[in-house]
Design a protein around this ligand. Structure first.
Ligand SMILES: [Zn+2]
Length: 338
């Protein structure tokens, strides 16, 4: 990454100043930190939590200017996040994804047209194609990476190259029986508006499944001040609790069907990685932690991270089975039929 060759500098930022869920302007400091993960910039970032008693939505404020998106999402961001994962981890992820889809489809959904927002290389399009027998012409994906979109188009899928915020012009209202958005909604400008858009794109009775970090999980609380991997400074712009995510869905007219905890090994691992490398004070991007040399063992994308990846995935599966919240939540909601 660029940081290995030069010290990162500051990028342009702007204030938000209001809560997207309740419109309130009063907030409290929730966490502060740096781009510990990719080190694309030197800015100190902060999450503010809305203090409205019925809200509690957390937002990155200030946040990067649109002109800086190319800096915080370097051209190899997608490949960086997926291409370095080991074969064993990919197999395990495929198994977990099948469990996730089985859990969604269990709620009476027989999709005839499917949309995946932030579809990457199309892994979920292929999964629904296999599980539900849909034709490629009924499998839609929205993705910013033009190379991934070209590859999907060549295979016959309906891939749309667009920022999530601008994809509405390509989608027909009331036409999808199933929409999924996994680990994307926390990156968009206004997630509450996006949930309303997804409600409009759904057919009556259709399901939406939203996966996003859960700030009420144990690891989020242990590393709350700024080192938690789920903060992903400065690429995560909104963070939900189950309560605030439920409210956003219901305000959009959706009916809650279920919540399911998902494994969140990467948040556990990055939290410990950042703590070992940067220290508990999290004061800047200089390595001042207790054992920077050990940090690679907690990097989910490093070959040395595989044992910990297996350990924390298993830990979260056990915790979920015991009814405890994990740091990745999956909300399933339905568009009402009337
Ligand atoms: Zn609020």
């Amino acid at each position: 990454m660029a940081s290995q060759f030069a010290e990162p500098g500051p990028i342009a930022e702007h204030k938000v100043g209001r809560c997207f869920l309740c419109g309130g302007t009063a907030s409290e400091l929730m966490a502060a930190g740096y781009d510990y993960e990719i080190q694309t910039c030197s800015n100190k970032w902060q999450f503010l939590r809305c203090i409205d008693i019925d809200c509690g939505l957390a937002r990155l404020d200030p946040r990067p200017e649109t002109s800086a998106l190319g800096v915080i999402y370097p051209h190899d961001y997608y490949a960086y996040r997926m291409g370095k994962i080991s074969t064993i981890a990919l197999k395990a992820k495929e198994w977990l994804d099948r469990q996730k889809f089985a859990g969604i489809l269990r709620h009476g959904c027989k999709p005839r047209r499917y949309l995946d927002i932030g579809c990457g290389d199309g892994r979920y399009l292929r999964m629904v194609e296999t599980l539900c027998g849909l034709a490629k012409a009924d499998l839609y994906g929205v993705e910013l990476d033009s190379r991934a979109v070209s590859g999907l188009e060549a295979q016959g899928y309906r891939a749309i190259c667009s920022r999530v915020e601008d994809c509405g012009q390509h989608l027909e209202a009331g036409s999808f029986d199933l929409i999924t958005i996994f680990n994307v909604i926390e990156h968009v400008v206004d997630p509450v508006a996006l949930i309303k858009d997804m409600h409009a794109w759904l057919a009556p009775g259709g399901l939406v499944a939203i996966e996003t970090p859960d700030t009420s999980a144990l690891d989020a609380r242990l590393f709350a001040e700024g080192l938690w991997g789920g903060y992903h400074f400065p690429r995560h712009w909104t963070l939900f609790t189950r309560e605030s995510l439920r409210r956003a869905a219901e305000d959009a007219g959706l009916e809650l069907v279920a919540f399911a905890g998902q494994t969140g090994h990467s948040f556990w691992m990055y939290s410990l990685h950042h703590w070992l490398k940067y220290g508990s004070r999290g004061d800047g991007l200089s390595a001042r932690g207790a054992a920077p040399w050990l940090a690679a063992c907690f990097d989910p994308l490093d070959k040395w991270g595989l044992p910990m990846l297996v350990f924390f995935t298993t830990l979260d599966m056990v915790r979920h089975a015991c009814g405890l919240r994990t740091s990745s939540q999956l909300l399933i909601a339905r568009k009402k039929c009337d």
